[in-house]
Design a protein around this ligand. Structure first.
Ligand code: 5RP
Length: 261
């Protein structure tokens, strides 16, 4: 368990840059990931871990790549369905092990009618994963109508940790330190919808400075006008404590340099 966690959260900095490219499991061919391998392959050298589904792993990622896999094992509803994120188990722990996953990711929906289903499924996943020393990343999903505030997110993160999750993925919010301080396991933040690069870098910086161990960022990297430059800018924030200004300059410098080649 500890070894697997150390492959994801790098001991040298105690931080991680997870690249989230699991969106297809409920969003289908998400903008930027239509040609999955073309977008993701050039980003792999700069990511500490890849979060994706078994289908994406099997079809798009060469087995030769030495990158820890955080396998998305929850799903069951789509972005156009009636119940967003009412998820159950879509991949067994045995298959996660067979695919050499370093961790598995499961979404919970606290505050929705079906919260009980997702929480009991999380408990089942944790029991099964513990048996084999596989860490579980609980994703605190947020419905369209729910407030992404510290009160709600600290409730969801703390519940996930009390259920036994080994890491939690949540959203950055005002008073984020409250979320971090009341959660006994490492927290990574999702990027959320695409926003201007400078803003995304500021959000990552604030989250790290306020106690997140890293990011599990997707659209703000792979939908950037230059994803390769963006992931390196985020990396500088995560592992080198670069300020948003420094990271944004790095983004622009790499982008300009790449235009020449
Ligand atoms: C949904 C998820 C996503 O599929 C994904 O990982 C989110 O990443 P981002 O918001 O940075 O695009 O976790 O709950």
């Amino acid at each position: 368990m500890k070894n697997r966690l150390s492959r994801i959260i790098k001991p040298k900095t105690g931080r991680t840059l997870m690249l989230a490219v699991d969106h297809g499991y409920f969003m289908g061919p998400t903008a930027g990931l239509e040609q999955f391998d073309k977008t993701v392959e050039p980003l792999i050298p700069y990511a500490d871990a890849l979060m994706l589904t078994r289908g994406a792993l099997r079809n798009y990622i060469k087995p030769e790549y030495d990158i820890p896999i955080v396998l998305r094992i929850s799903g069951g509803t789509s972005i156009i369905g009636k119940e967003l994120l009412h998820e159950g188990i879509i991949t067994s722990i045995e298959d996660a092990i067979r695919l050499n996953a370093c961790a598995v990711a499961f979404s919970i929906m606290v505050g929705a009618d079906f919260e009980r289903d997702t929480l009991l499924a999380l408990a089942q996943v944790i029991d099964e994963a513990e048996r084999y020393g596989i860490p579980v990343l609980a994703v605190t999903a947020v419905g369209k109508e729910m407030e992404r505030d510290a009160r709600y997110l600290s409730l969801a993160c703390r519940m996930a940790a009390e259920f036994g999750a080994h890491m939690v993925k949540t959203y950055y919010c005002k008073d984020f330190t409250k979320v971090v301080e009341t959660c006994p396991v490492p927290i990574v933040i999702a990027g959320g919808k695409k926003r201007p690069e400078k803003e995304a870098l500021e959000m990552a910086y604030n989250a790290i400075q306020e106690g997140a161990v890293g990011v599990d960022m997707g659209r703000n990297i792979f939908q950037s006008e230059d994803p390769v430059a963006m992931i390196q800018a985020v990396r500088a924030i995560v592992h080198e404590d670069a300020t948003p200004d420094e990271a944004f300059k790095l983004f622009n410098d790499i982008k300009e340099e790449r235009k020449k080649t």
